[in-house]
Design a protein. Structure first.
Length: 199
């Protein structure tokens, strides 16, 4: 019987090694966590997986890989210097058959922040992060697309305040729009400095 309580605290998310086995009746079954990761996440060009990969690249750049990713946080990353970062990703090339390259668009709508500690949303919608990083994976030809090649990524950094001022309720924006708003373009090597300089 489950006890009635006033609530249950959030689970602690630990960083795993990939060597952890699946078990049944107390014994390993011959498959482990790394096998699951290979099965579920090998398609790096998939929209959802590419978005998580983009977050990881930004986390690498700003020193935010010391804790496991939280998928329900109000913003994507907290840099080692305390900057709250929202990461958005797009690519002209998708895994599936395409008649033409995709348009580059990003979600920028204000959101209700959610707290893992309370399980509640904030009453007022707003942009939760200090800065947005728009990560674009690009390749001249689709067969050469390689998400692991950081030379194929371009990053555009824009303070949230600029979005609040120029597009307070806008839900999405294209690449031309963020460039027109003054987003600063950089490669991976310059990403940390560009983010720090944007605040």
């Amino acid at each position: 019987m489950i006890e009635k309580t006033l609530g249950h605290p959030p689970l602690e998310v630990v960083t795993r090694s990939g060597n952890e086995p699946f078990t049944s009746e107390g014994r390993p079954i011959g498959a482990g966590l790394l096998d699951f990761w290979r099965w579920s996440s090998s398609d790096l060009a998939d929209n959802a997986t590419r978005g998580v990969l983009a977050e990881y690249l930004v986390a690498l750049a700003v020193g935010a890989v010391t804790r496991a990713r939280g998928s329900w946080d109000s913003y994507d990353l907290l840099s080692s210097s305390g900057i709250k970062i929202e990461v958005k990703s797009a690519s002209r090339w998708q895994t599936w058959y395409q008649k033409r390259p995709s348009q580059l668009t990003f979600g920028i709508g204000p959101t209700h922040g959610w707290s893992a500690e309370t399980g509640e949303f904030t009453p007022k919608a707003r942009r939760q992060a200090d800065v947005y990083v728009f990560a674009v994976l690009e390749s001249r030809k689709k067969p050469q697309l390689d998400p692991l090649n950081l030379d194929q990524w371009r990053f555009y950094v824009l303070p949230s305040g600029t979005l609040d001022e120029r597009a307070p309720t806008q839900k999405s924006i294209g690449l031309r729009g963020i460039i027109d708003f003054g987003a600063r373009e950089c490669r991976f090597a310059g990403l940390r400095g560009t983010i720090e300089a944007s605040i």
